[in-house]
Design a protein around this ligand. Structure first.
Ligand code: PBG
Length: 324
């Protein structure tokens, strides 16, 4: 007989005890479901690189949201897919009053006032260059982009957005959007800033979903270098000074250390975006019978939560809601 004073296995001996000592809980309150909307009616097309994720036309989107609400999902983040013909260099469709995305926001909010509606502020779905900023001679210009982002954010707030999500990584955009919103009386509209958004290959399937891939070059002059960690502290500090209500890290899985760093250093809630490529990898392996996709989905989202994200944007939200 060995004398072993401390036996951590005792706290794992039954399901009841394991549940009792479980440190991290996942709740539907923490999840935001990203969704894609396309103009038209009766349209529901699966994104080929994201099995189980669809582009819905507004009519079917509303039906889908009803289902999500019944499952207990309380927040969605809506992204539009625009045809090439409506894109231009200044993303002007993004704030045109009657554009289908803004009308959809209003329709969602009217029908589901208690659903938290998050929107995306960035030029890429509306830009003929496929970039998140104004392009002049191959360069992404910061300050001219801010003016467009301000108009876009204001139009989305007017249409009913609860949380504005600037995903562009221009300098000063949180402060600019905050002041535009406040001047127009939208002091109650929140900003979830894409604080540490990395120039990542994990966004590939999302760009398929929106047909929004850059037409030239990459996003490295505005999105962060995946090698950098200290720089995330600078971005977070600025976002807080500029008035952000949430910090976000994106992608999530390869950046758990960044989530943890921001959570340790700042007091506002940290969100993480479990992005399209992270979803696609798991779905692909599941389809091949190489791993159990549902168990992995739970493990992945739980690990993002454990790392320090209070809020998780994940394409697994509906699936998890069905299981939770
Ligand atoms: C656009 C935007 C992107 C994502 C969210 N907003 C793509 C990009 O920056 O190229 C990616 C989301 C995902 O991959 O799931 N500004």
């Amino acid at each position: 007989m060995f004398y072993i004073a401390r036996r951590p296995r005792r706290n794992r001996k039954s399901e009841a005890i394991r549940d009792m000592v479980q440190e991290t809980q996942l709740s539907l309150n923490d999840l935001i479901f990203p969704m894609f909307v396309v103009d038209g009616s009766g349209v529901k097309t699966e994104v080929s690189s994201m099995p189980g994720i669809y582009r819905h036309s507004p009519d079917l989107l509303l039906e889908e949201i009803k289902e999500l609400q019944d499952l207990g999902i309380r927040a969605i983040d809506l992204f539009p897919n625009y045809p090439e013909s409506l894109k231009d260099r200044a993303a002007s469709e993004s704030y045109r009053e009657d554009t289908f995305y803004l009308k959809t926001l209003t329709a969602v909010k009217e029908k589901f006032p208690e659903i938290t509606l998050m929107t995306d502020v960035a030029m890429d779905p509306y830009s003929s260059d496929g970039h998140d900023g104004v392009v002049v001679n191959g360069e992404i210009l910061n300050d001219p982009t801010l003016e467009i982002l301000g108009k876009m954010a204001l139009a989305q707030a007017r249409a009913g957005a609860d949380i504005i999500g600037p995903s562009d990584m221009m300098d000063g955009r949180v402060g600019h959007i905050r002041s535009i919103l406040d001047e127009a009386g939208f002091t109650g509209v929140s900003i979830m800033s894409y604080t540490a958004k990395y120039a990542s290959a994990f966004y590939g399937p999302f760009r398929d979903a929106l047909d929004s891939a850059p037409k030239f070059g990459d996003k490295k002059t505005y999105q962060m270098n995946p090698a950098n960690k200290r720089e995330a502290l600078i971005e977070a500090q600025l976002d807080i000074e500029e008035g952000a209500d949430f910090l976000m890290v994106k992608p999530a899985l390869s950046y758990l250390d960044i989530i943890s760093l921001l959570n340790d250093n700042f007091d506002i809630p940290v969100a993480a975006y479990n992005v399209s490529g992270e979803y696609a990898m798991i779905k692909a392996a599941d389809r091949n019978g190489w791993l159990d996709g549902s168990r992995i989905a739970m493990e992945v989202v739980l690990s993002i939560r454990r790392a320090g994200a209070k809020v998780i944007l994940t394409y697994f939200a509906k699936e998890l809601a069905m299981g939770l």
